[in-house]
Design a protein. Structure first.
Length: 85
């Protein structure tokens, strides 16, 4: 996870090595982040790729945050979709 301030400066705030890409593992990573960061409730925006399962988990774990799709991943998906059709 990377935290970014209002000026666009970011820094890593958590590294997670996930054994399996599952909802349970993702939820545990979010829970760990919340336990380790007492100010987690200040998270306002979370940027993700297009994985809808991730989005659902993030919305449950960070109800006050807006979940946005990563511009890079959206463009990449569009290019792949166009190329396949």
């Amino acid at each position: 996870m990377v935290a970014m301030n209002q000026y666009g400066n970011g820094q890593p705030v958590q590294y997670s090595l996930i054994e399996t890409n599952s909802d349970w593992h993702m939820a545990k990573c979010m829970d760990h982040f919340k336990r380790a960061n007492e100010h987690w409730h200040f998270v306002r925006i979370v940027i993700v790729d297009k994985d809808m399962r991730e989005i659902d988990i993030i919305r449950k774990k960070f109800p006050e945050a807006r979940v946005l799709l990563c511009h890079f991943h959206v463009i990449k998906w569009l290019h792949e979709t166009i190329r396949k059709s």
